[in-house]
Design a protein. Sequence first.
Length: 233
Amino acid sequence: MGKDTPVPGLEQNDALTFHGLYSRVQGLSNQSIYPKAGSVEKWSYRVGVVAALIGLISALTLDRWIPASVLLLLALACLVVEIGGFLVGGFLSLRREYRQYSQPRLSHAREMDNDFLHWQSVVDELCMFPREDREQRLRYVSALRTRMTERMGIMYGGLQRLGPFPLLIALYLQFRNWRWGDWTGVFDIGWAGAILIFALVLLYLVGWILIAQRTRLDTYVSLLEASLQEPAK
């Protein structure tokens, strides 16, 4: 597809597909009552992150070839740029979304009204398709969600209920005897420990990706169920 090719949506003359449903759910999740972040705000954060990475990498790897006085000036310059970038980005973000924090309950109610209108529009579009197609796809996605939940339970247990605590506990057990300034002790874990920590972090990230996938399946199920409860258009 070309760059300007429109993303397929749910049209009355098209067949009901999960691809079309995905595009509509993406539009649903991207709706917000607050203005979108501008280019200045985005680039402020990007410049801050790049400055932090440059300062960290140069301090850790270039000390053998560059004098310490020059590295100190470079690190200070990167620190100033980093702080400035995050301050500008944070100020613009706060100005854009300050009502969310100054009036949290009212903002939440307006968000729900906005989300409900878009939710109802997707349900109305689904009602244009034959009821039999919607029922078949509901049965399919419900069975897929059930199998996915069972498989995740075997591998991860109740990860979605425990949140980040398993990873934090593992990191605490690894570094509970570490003292500030003892940087050599941070990485003194051996190959076996490094592989286990890497596997733990990797499985943890994969687990949250699967949870996000399962959440999307929940959205499909709820939309299809709502469309079956609506009178046919």
